[in-house]
Design a protein around this ligand. Structure first.
Ligand SMILES: CC(C)(COP(=O)(O)OP(=O)(O)OC[C@H]1O[C@@H](n2cnc3c(N)ncnc32)[C@H](O)[C@@H]1OP(=O)(O)O)[C@@H](O)C(=O)NCCC(=O)NCCS
Length: 165
């Protein structure tokens, strides 16, 4: 199975998750960058999202509201039998409805046949994200000092084993 989705769509707890690829419209990549700008300092540009979606080992998932605006996103990449989650963001007004959880489950489904472990980094102060990842079985494995800038902060490295392959 190819790691990249085919602009596919799946349904999880009322959240439809789409997978971006080279056929995805510029409007979607602009929407991903907009959401990123609202939620994360120094977030990715539309071009950065497109470039990741076009890579063989890149994963770019998103969800839309009823007006087709991007309200949730997740990016990750795979290397050998590991995956690294690089972005997770949900629009402020759409939080606490299970969107991030659905994005993370979809990521696990896409990658499950080919990877053993998923890794991610999270700011030490990001209680919501740490709560999210812990609720899904991610475990703290290390602290990386001064990993983030703007503002400078340590990162917690978390890991989830998703298969024994
Ligand atoms: C972190 C974030 C992605 C969560 O998105 P979300 O769609 O609101 O999360 P979900 O509704 O799927 O929540 C799933 C679980 O995460 C945990 N969680 C979510 N928000 C939380 C909060 N504010 N405080 C504590 N736990 C929280 C809970 O365990 C929740 O399960 P529950 O609703 O059954 O209690 C969102 O707050 C966000 O976009 N934050 C800004 C960007 C960011 O920090 N990204 C992560 C970078 S590492």
């Amino acid at each position: 199975m190819s790691m990249r989705g085919q602009a596919g769509m799946t349904q999880k707890a009322d959240v439809k998750i789409y997978s971006a690829d080279c056929n995805t419209s510029d409007l979607i990549f602009a929407g991903l960058a907009d959401l990123e700008a609202q939620t994360i300092p120094d977030g990715w540009s539309a071009n950065a999202f497109r470039s990741e979606a076009e890579k063989e080992n890149g994963i770019v998932l998103y969800t839309l509201d009823e007006n087709e605006n991007v309200i949730g996103l997740l990016t990750a990449y795979t290397a050998a039998d590991e995956a690294d989650i690089t972005n997770v963001a949900v629009k402020n007004s759409a939080r606490k409805k299970g969107i991030a959880k659905a994005l993370l489950y979809e990521m696990e489904n896409i990658a499950a046949n080919e990877i053993k472990d998923i890794f991610l980094e999270v700011r030490m102060s990001n209680i919501a994200a740490i709560g999210l990842y812990t609720s899904l079985g991610y475990e703290r494995i290390a602290v990386r000092k001064r990993f983030y800038s703007n503002p400078v902060e340590d990162a917690i490295i978390m890991k989830k084993k998703v298969s024994e392959i």
